[in-house]
Ligand binder design. Sequence first.
Ligand SMILES: Nc1ncnc2c1ncn2[C@@H]1O[C@H](COP(=O)(O)OP(=O)(O)OP(=O)(O)O)[C@@H](O)[C@H]1O
Length: 571
Amino acid sequence: MNDRKTLNKIINLFIPFKRKICITMVLLSLASLVNLFLPLTTRKIIDEGFIQNNMRTVIFFSLISFGLIVVGKSMEIMCEEIRTNIYIKIKLSLNEHAFHHLSRLKIKYFKEANTTVLLSNIKLDVDNITKVVDSNFFFLLTQILSLLGGLVGLLIIDWRLTILVICFTPAKYISAKYFSKKRENLIEKFIQSSSDYASWFGDTIGGINEIRLFGLIKNKKEEFTNKQLSMIGTEKRMEMLNVYSLAVESILLQLLLVGLYILGASMVFNYTLTVGSIFAFIMYSSYVTSPIASILNIRYFMSNVLPSARRYFNFLDLEVEDSTSKLVPKALTQMMKGNIEYSNVNFSYSEEMVLKNINFVIHAKEKVAIVGHNGSGKSTLIELLLRFHTPSSGTIKMDGVDIEQYDIDEYRQQISVVSQHVYLFDTTIENNIKLYSEPEYNEMQKVLIDAQLTEFALGESEDNDVGCNGLKMSGGQRQKIALARALIHEKELFIFDEATSNLDTESEIYINHLLNNRLKDKTVILVTHQMEVLKHVDRVIVIRDGELEYIGEYDQLFTNSSYFRDMVLVR
Ligand SMILES: Nc1ncnc2c1ncn2[C@@H]1O[C@H](COP(=O)(O)OP(=O)(O)OP(=O)(O)O)[C@@H](O)[C@H]1O
């Protein structure tokens, strides 16, 4: 995304607040107008008060100054109130968009970036983009008013001094251009190094057990220090660049003041200017120089914002799951029976085909097992059915309709999945089973019996919390909770993807009981190698190197396919 497009997107963030921004501008213009009179009152206090020993003038104009400041500051406070509200809303909206987008992002992106890097990138980018609602930047437009007012004030006092003040502009322009280029490069570097660090950190913490078991703590500490040094080093260079930039700006301003004092003094000595006018002039020149500096610093300032904004908006452009196809009415989707048909399905993640010309049919209420060696493509076959990926070619039909034609959320609502890598939320067992639904008490008890979870207490208590991703539970217990979750959200199609891998033999055999009873009228697909389960399903599909090797009943397969026999017998 180029800078122009990114800038447009940033400007669009302000569109919902047009009215409020207009009110702020009016208020700030009034405040600037009020401020314009301050130097004039100062001139009066000095020239007509102090110099002419007139106490009444001093008191009168001091009170006027005080009143002007109170009015000006009240307006500024009102503007700040509006600005901070806009800031909060823009920040919330950016975060909401990012989260909403994440919840719809194609599953492949989650395999490329861990959660730490996603969180860190979004936070950094949103923080940087919302700098455009910082007071310095947000009130920039009104600074132009202050600049114009200041120029008028300067010209009223003396045109020669005014030219001297304007001479400040080219010098400031050159320094601003130089520093903003440097800053942009550093920010790009910082964003990259903090993203690398977040990715490394997520990966390292994810593998903390392996790090301890394989004695990798020393190696990881070294990597940590190197990554931190790269990030902190860039931060330090950015800090120093700020210091240099501010120092150059102060030196330029000081130079200007030197010029003003020398020229002003010669005018005072020649009686062409009063002392009060010089004070007023210096006040007016700050009305001019600081807006000039702010305007010329825009590029420097935007060098903070643009790289993050570019990354953030590019992230929002990443491909999401298609939730637009709604050709099949919701009511019809809800009546899904579970007749599945794969026709000439091919699929590849990158170059190599992972699934090749897959053709088979599963009838409603059938119990079908899928077997195959590691990496043969079983999970991919299931993920295609769940629409986590789209076939490279060929179609998958559900009840005679291409699955792409169903509304994706409604479609998935009709399928219960129990997978080997079930994710448990950090809450109670009960909440993990119910997942925001409100089943009847009796139904819940039945499910607990069917999932063999009766030994666990239900209800809201810290003791019942499963921990982060269910890590307070054993592997088998996690799978039982996943089973209970699938059973309570009873659908027509059940998928068990290696769902019994952690269950003991007794619990495993119990799955057969479920297939023959509770799930008797459901379509069930099981990815499993458990012989006890395979023997009891209607048919078995054998996948070999991404191709359909065989489909048939267990006994037939066992007799006719040595490949199948070898595979199940070695387990
Ligand atoms: N996100 C991915 N990107 C690239 N290749 C992938 C991805 N996921 C899986 N693969 C590859 O696709 C092939 C099939 O993987 P899949 O997970 O479907 O196999 P599987 O039969 O379920 O294996 P297992 O029994 O080990 O779980 C493998 O060669 C794997 O390396």
